[in-house]
Design a protein around this ligand. Structure first.
Ligand code: PLP
Length: 479
């Protein structure tokens, strides 16, 4: 028998914080030094170079004997930071990938240390109470009686919205399967959720202008008859490619006329609910049966921070589920909250803590200001593009996404320019094929981005596209 060794310290309990302190110091140093070593929005060299550096740092992956915790943290956190696509860098602007606020990340550390699991009250007494309060407070920004579930993001929220449509009366009692009706601009997770849930193939309404046209939707709904509630229209507030907002109020009118249920995917645009000046862009959102929100987009949370708001909390009865070890009837009768019906997951992180801390620290106005700042930056970037002789703008941004392209580049050149910038590690831009052409996409989510950064971003693309047009081999330009 081997001699028992003292196990490594735990994160929780009264001693946990003292054990964490030196480890956090090592972690924070590694984050700082790693970001400095990267020196840009993305590591230079492309996938092979990054993989080689990760391999060199991480091996041996499962050593026979470990190193000190500080050494392991220093090596791997440094490697991850040096090799990160860092949304805190203003030139990292491809996706709906937000830079998390320091306050939210600090709260998330507490969530990890305490490790409540949200599937039963006896694993999360205070966290479950906080979740119940904060989800309702957020949901009532949309509708006074609404409630919300915490999810891993827009994908899970959209799946749950379809599931609730399938399982809620009257659809659930008719025997007619729910038919999803979406615009071609809808997020890919919606048709995928229909596939996952065994629903019929969705009806896709073409969206040549980028948003769902009420006349085209009316035509589709008229052509599809069915018992009330068996049609589910999903509209988008903030399309992934262009950040456009469907005409929500008109769509809600059509749903009312045709007895269709309405889901609004506001994974991106939902953040506008916090802004005094831009809330109006979401007019009609209160009429939806379900709304997807994603605070790891316009909410500056570390992932995951998704929500599904439900207008009528009775709809959540569909998720009622019993497992004696978590919510026995007599425990529930005795007053222990039944949490199992709040998610399809079992073990579940208290993602509500970082959200609650952020809301309290910044206030509704503080978050609204951040939303306004990134939307204003997008307007400024669009103006720069428009004023530039060598660039073309797709459209005035509705939220904070700007689509643009060099006037003399073809679609292949444009894709090549994007990859060149990625390989150099100088800028991270997205791409979108819309209106029959390809565009570069800047999704501005960083409230610290300054006008100078926008000029730099455009200059980088300009410089790159001018060297790209007489084609260079990819990755041939040194950083
Ligand atoms: C990001 C996004 C999603 C998916 O959300 P995840 O959090 O990535 O799962 C769904 N719909 C829209 C409109 C989105 O922008």
């Amino acid at each position: 028998m081997s001699t028992p060794r003292t196990p490594p310290p735990l994160a929780g309990g009264a001693q946990g914080p003292d054990a964490l302190r030196p480890l956090l110091a090592a972690t924070l140093d590694a984050l700082r030094d790693g970001a400095a070593a990267r020196g840009g929005p993305l590591p230079a060299g492309g996938p092979d170079a990054v993989t080689a550096r990760v391999r060199a740092a991480a091996e041996p992956l499962l050593p026979e004997h470990g190193t000190s915790p500080e050494a392991a943290l220093r090596t791997l956190v440094h490697t991850l930071a040096a090799g990160a696509a860092d949304p805190a860098d203003p030139l990292c602007a491809a996706h709906l990938h937000c830079p998390p606020l320091a306050v939210a990340a600090a709260a998330d550390l507490a969530a990890s240390a305490l490790n409540p699991s949200m599937d039963s009250w006896d694993q999360a007494p205070a966290a479950s109470a906080l979740e119940a309060l904060v989800t309702r407070a957020i949901a009532t920004r949309i509708h006074p009686g609404a409630d919300a579930l915490v999810t891993t993001g827009g994908t899970e929220s959209n799946q749950l919205a379809l599931l609730l449509a399938r399982e809620t009366p009257p659809a659930q009692s008719t025997g007619t399967p729910v038919r999803l009706v979406v615009g071609a601009n809808a997020h890919h997770s919606l048709p995928r959720a229909a596939w996952l849930l065994g629903l019929p193939r969705p009806v896709t309404v073409p969206t040549p202008t980028g948003t769902l046209d009420p006349a085209a939707l009316a035509q589709a709904l008229t052509a599809l008859s069915g018992p009330p509630g068996t049609l589910l229209v999903a509209a988008t507030a903030g399309t992934t490619d262009a950040g456009l907002i469907d005409p929500l109020d008109d769509i809600a009118d059509l749903c009312a006329t045709h007895g269709a249920r309405l889901h609004i995917d506001a994974a991106y645009g939902g953040g506008l609910l916090f802004s005094d000046t831009r809330k109006e862009l979401l007019r009609g959102i209160d009429r939806a049966d379900t709304v997807t929100l994603d605070l790891h987009k316009l909410g500056w949370q570390p992932a995951a921070a998704g929500l599904l708001a439900v207008r009528d909390p009775h709809d959540l009865a569909a998720l009622t589920h019993r497992a004696d070890y978590l919510n026995a009837d007599d425990d529930t009768d005795a007053g222990l909250p039944d949490l199992l019906g709040r998610s399809l997951r079992t073990t579940r992180r208290p993602d509500i803590l970082k959200i609650a801390v952020t809301l309290k620290a910044l206030g509704r106005r503080g978050i609204g200001d951040l939303v306004d700042q990134v939307c204003d930056r997008a307007q400024q970037f669009a103006a720069l593009v428009e004023a530039h002789p060598r660039f073309e703008l797709y459209d005035t941004p509705a939220i904070s996404t700007v689509l643009f392209r060099p006037v003399d580049a073809d679609d292949t050149d444009l894709a090549h320019t994007r990859r060149k910038l990625l390989t150099e590690g100088t800028a991270v831009l997205g791409r979108a094929d819309l209106g029959g052409r390809r565009w570069l996409k800047a999704t501005l989510l960083n409230p610290h981005t300054r006008p100078d950064d926008l000029t730099t971003l455009l200059d980088l693309v300009d410089g790159q596209s001018r060297t790209t047009t007489p084609r260079l081999a990819e990755g041939s330009t040194p950083r």
